[in-house]
Design a protein around this ligand. Structure first.
Ligand code: NAD
Ligand code: DAU
Length: 356
């Protein structure tokens, strides 16, 4: 039997690189194709430990390019897709909403069309076909401090251009299931943290700025609440949903780990004072309150009961362990941090890799 071939999109990004690594190492009998445009957020350096594996293939391309997508689907006949490629940063979506419409909505519909075309036109191979869309808890909107958690039945109420684009892509994925019987599954996850996250997002930005004695910009009063999950736990959840999730279903994934931004920034300061041998209270002086993000969602919190009871997944790491590992990784990978922020090393590495 030929190898089961899975297309993972956005595999050079933060979460995608952890998913690609997990699948390439855990399933040597699968063929893993990683399709990535390598935007500012995508970096092949994230995958250098697995790039030589015989079951791993990198495809450099753009999910909004219909002709390219049709070509690779026809050539490689992917049996399943795990779709992570997206523009992912809320602040960027406020400045450039159209980029989010193209990649997150048009790109997703391009992939749906390509999957529909090859799966409807071919006899079953004996391995299941699945279009798995990786989505976010932000589609559910914003909670007040005493509201119940988001469940899979919470009505959609996206409030930023980013979450509106993700909600739209979720709707398209479900529409293709209802209309064309495309085998789909969706998961909606809370905030991820861990190694390889581009340092525009809260945790790596704060770690980098504390290290460099730069101001720590806290939006508004820092009262907003996020539910944090270690990225490898998210990758493990994706593995479980991919293999055991019921077609047509949605699964919420979360860490049951809510933090107010200001408390989290204080925790990072405290832990890093110790690691950098700074007197207590030193890094805290860098905290700077800045104007709030427009339309800033107050709180996200996920009820992950369904994935726990139906598929047996729950987070493996306590937050204090995860945050310790995360800080250590950024301190030990200073080159990665310097080079992704300057773009220099990324370009150097990618040119070398792509020109082989
Ligand atoms: P990221 O920004 O780190 O990575 C996105 C990847 O997609 C990059 O490698 C980028 O090069 C690639 N990409 C962007 N546009 C592309 C295009 N047009 N064609 C091909 N590739 C393209 O994102 P992330 O934080 O790893 O998020 C991955 C997915 O998970 C996204 O769909 C996001 O909405 C979702 N998600 C993220 C979080 C989180 O906390 N980061 C939480 C829940 C869900
Ligand atoms: O909930 C899942 C979502 O989490 C994902 O879908 C998104 O892709 C991901 O970016 C993340 O969105 P957030 O907007 O919650 O993440 P971010 O790291 O940008 O911000 C976290 C919180 O910290 C948020 O309340 C805004 C605040 N913040 C952020 C930055 C970058 C600050 O106070 N200062 C900052 O400089």
């Amino acid at each position: 039997m030929s190898q089961y071939s899975i297309l993972i999109t956005g595999g050079a990004g933060f979460i995608g690189s952890h998913v690609v690594r997990l699948f390439v190492n855990k399933y040597p009998h699968y063929r893993i194709y990683n399709l990535d445009k390598l935007t500012y957020a995508g970096n092949l350096e994230n995958l250098k430990d697995i790039e030589q594996k015989s079951n791993y293939i990198f495809l450099h391309g753009d999910i909004t390019d219909t002709a390219y997508i049709e070509k690779i689907f026809s050539e490689y006949q992917f049996q399943s897709i795990i779709h992570l490629a997206a523009e992912s940063h809320v602040d960027r979506s406020i400045h450039n909403p159209m980029d989010f419409v193209f990649t997150n909505v048009v790109g997703t519909v391009n992939l749906l069309n390509a999957a529909k075309k090859i799966w409807n036109g071919h006899p079953p191979t004996g391995m299941r076909n699945l279009f798995y869309h990786i989505s976010t808890d932000e589609v559910y909107g914003s909670l007040h401090s005493d509201d119940e958690y988001f469940t899979e039945n919470t009505p959609y109420d996206p409030r930023s251009p980013y979450s509106a684009s993700k909600a739209s892509s979720d709707h398209f994925v479900r529409a293709y299931h209802n209309t064309y019987n495309l085998p789909i599954v969706i998961s909606n996850c809370s905030n991820n943290y861990g190694p390889n996250q581009f340092p525009e997002k809260l945790i790596p930005l704060m770690i980098n700025n504390i290290k460099n004695n730069k101001p720590l910009p806290v939006y508004g009063k820092g009262e907003n609440v996020r539910d944090w999950l270690y990225v490898e736990d998210h990758a493990a959840a994706i593995d479980v949903v991919f293999h055991k999730g019921k077609i047509g279903e949605t699964y919420n994934i979360g860490g049951h780990n809510e933090w107010k931004n200001i408390d989290l920034v204080h925790l990072l300061c405290k832990l890093m004072n110790r690691k950098l041998n700074r007197p207590e209270g030193t890094s805290e002086k860098l905290i700077t309150f800045v104007p709030d993000r427009p339309g800033h969602d107050l709180r996200y919190a996920i009820d992950a009961t369904k994935i726990k009871t139906e598929l047996g997944w729950s987070p493996s790491l306590q937050f204090h362990e995860g945050i310790e590992k995360t800080i250590n990784w950024y301190l030990e990978n200073e080159d990665w941090l310097n080079h992704v922020t300057s773009g220099e090393y990324k370009n150097y590495y990618q040119k070398q890799y792509l020109n082989r």
